[in-house]
Write a protein that binds this ligand. Structure first.
Ligand SMILES: [Zn+2]
Length: 64
């Protein structure tokens, strides 16, 4: 399973970055790192994380 989210899909249209990972755990970690590095967000709140998780694309799902 590949988790991937583009910032523009999550509403941050000025950011051309995206985050990609193989596991949900790694994905969350990379999202947090990206938010800190590129968006100046030290501690993303639950609302933001939930939004990003919902905006992510999951590849490799059976039947998808
Ligand atoms: Zn970004």
């Amino acid at each position: 399973m590949t988790y991937e989210v583009y910032c523009k899909d999550a509403g941050a249209v000025s950011c051309g970055g995206h985050v990609k990972a193989e596991t949900e755990e790694e994905f969350k970690q990379k999202v947090v790192e990206h938010l800190k590095a590129k968006h100046g967000v030290d501690t993303p709140n639950d609302t933001l994380m939930a939004y990003l998780m919902s905006a992510r694309r999951e590849e490799g799902k059976a039947g998808a």
